[in-house]
Design a protein around this ligand. Sequence first.
Ligand SMILES: [Zn+2]
Length: 165
Amino acid sequence: MCAAQDLDLYEVLGASPSDSVQQLRHRYQQLALQYHPDRLGGGSSETESAVRKFLEVDAAWKILGDQNSRRLYDLQRRAQELKQDRPVDSTVSLEDMTWDGGEGVFSHTCRCGGQFSISEEEVDEEVQRTRQDEEEERGVLVCCDTCSLSVLVSWSSGWTAQVLK
Ligand SMILES: [Zn+2]
């Protein structure tokens, strides 16, 4: 949901967290060979994505190939999974958010100090959409621009962007 979500390093290697370091090394060597920039001609967008993939694979192996950094990563990964069980930090009413007329966005400060922000257009779109279906819960999930938390921004049924004008 949140774009800032980190890549799963095991997924990058096509491996599983229970794999031994030998298995991980084997996966890494296969992928590194497959995507190695030296094997590809220059210039095309295909090369670019292969280079990106190669760098991902390389970075994943640097962490997972070392016993200590792998253990640390496993802990972080576990914590991340736990957080995903309840990704919504809280519900914020649109009326309680800070309206910036210049930017056309509503914002709310996250407890990490980052910002949750949603544009007037996004809200308007959602208001139009949910107006047709009274049963549907009104709200949009908004991600923090700094951490992985998100809030559900909601509004009352009578809310309309016109009140801002
Ligand atoms: Zn945050």
